[in-house]
Write a protein that binds this ligand. Structure first.
Ligand code: G
Ligand code: G
Ligand code: MN
Ligand code: NA
Length: 254
């Protein structure tokens, strides 16, 4: 209840902010994008993790206005970096199920792109397996309209949910984000190697790309390359960075 009360005011009081974690192409080594990750600079509490307040925001419905704020802020930030000389990157934004149920997600995405003057090809939306599996008809209709706008779509935390493979074909997403629980110790865990190999092969045969999350060292990175994984993200490259640190990082990575 304490978190909920604080959260209701956090938006108006400008206490939310985004960090940005860089993502890289494995074959070329080039930076390809950033994932936007929300934080709450709560007076008297320091920087609060989304793991603590996103579930509360989802429970009380505040995730709808917060989600719209994340879209606007991420698009505006990427447009600024683009104007400052960044090469073509994508900014990936996490979505919650409630944003598909209530509110008007397509309108929020469209408004965020327009207000920022950002081409749709610079925005990626991260869905979860649970979003795709709940109320499939309604979600499918929204996903198709989002695709028409020209944004790309990925499935976050892939492998941890129900992993119904039928939906991958139906929803025509672009990329699978392999959950970090399979990635982090892949060099020491033969089972994880087998799982990641299978995900990559399946993704490629469906025409999808793969990105591994939670890459923390070179051994893991090398193994992912051998398995044919396309992209990677993790502490090996960079932690999520405050916006002010992200631009120098982007310019130096070119
Ligand atoms: O950055 P961190 O590892 O603390 O993120 C924890 C969790 O919070 C992750 O599962 C991430 O997907 C989620 N998260 C971060 N930012 C957002 C956001 O803007 N919207 C939603 N719905 N979830 C987010
Ligand atoms: O669920 P989602 O993938 O959106 O959340 C990503 C979360 O994983 C973020 O909270 C981010 O801080 C965290 N993260 C990113 N890279 C690494 C990593 O290399 N190791 C670990 N342990 N966590 C990571
Ligand atoms: Mn994510
Ligand atoms: Na994830």
């Amino acid at each position: 209840l304490d978190i909920r009360n604080g959260l209701a005011q956090a938006l108006q009081r400008d206490e939310l902010l985004l960090y940005y974690q860089p993502q890289f192409d494995l074959a070329s080594g080039r930076m390809i994008g950033v994932e936007a990750l929300i934080r709450w600079q709560r007076p008297g509490h320091g920087l609060v993790s989304p793991a603590r307040f996103i579930p509360v925001a989802e429970e009380c419905g505040l995730i709808v206005p917060i989600g719209a704020w994340v879209l606007r802020t991420a698009c505006r930030q990427m447009a600024e970096w683009r104007a400052a000389g960044a090469p073509h990157l994508v900014v990936a934004v996490n979505l919650s199920a409630l944003q598909f149920g209530r509110g008007n997600l397509e309108q929020d995405v469209r408004a965020a792109l327009e207000q920022a003057g950002l081409p749709a090809g610079w925005l990626e939306l991260e869905l979860t397996e649970s979003i795709l599996l709940q109320n499939p008809d309604q979600v499918l209709a929204i996903v198709q309209r989002l695709r028409k706008l020209g944004v790309s779509l990925s499935v976050d935390d892939f492998g941890t949910g129900y992993s119904s493979l039928a939906y991958l074909k139906q929803f025509a997403v672009d990329k699978l984000k392999i959950d970090q629980s399979f990635v982090r110790a892949i060099d020491a865990q033969p089972d994880d190697t087998a799982i990641v190999r299978a995900i990559v092969q399946m993704a490629h045969s469906l025409g999808l790309k793969t990105i591994a999350e939670g890459v923390e060292n070179t051994a893991v990175l090398d193994l992912l390359g051998k398995l044919g994984c396309d992209e990677a993200q993790g502490y090996h490259y960079a932690r999520p960075l405050p916006a002010a640190e992200a631009l120098p990082f982007i310019l130096a990575a070119q």
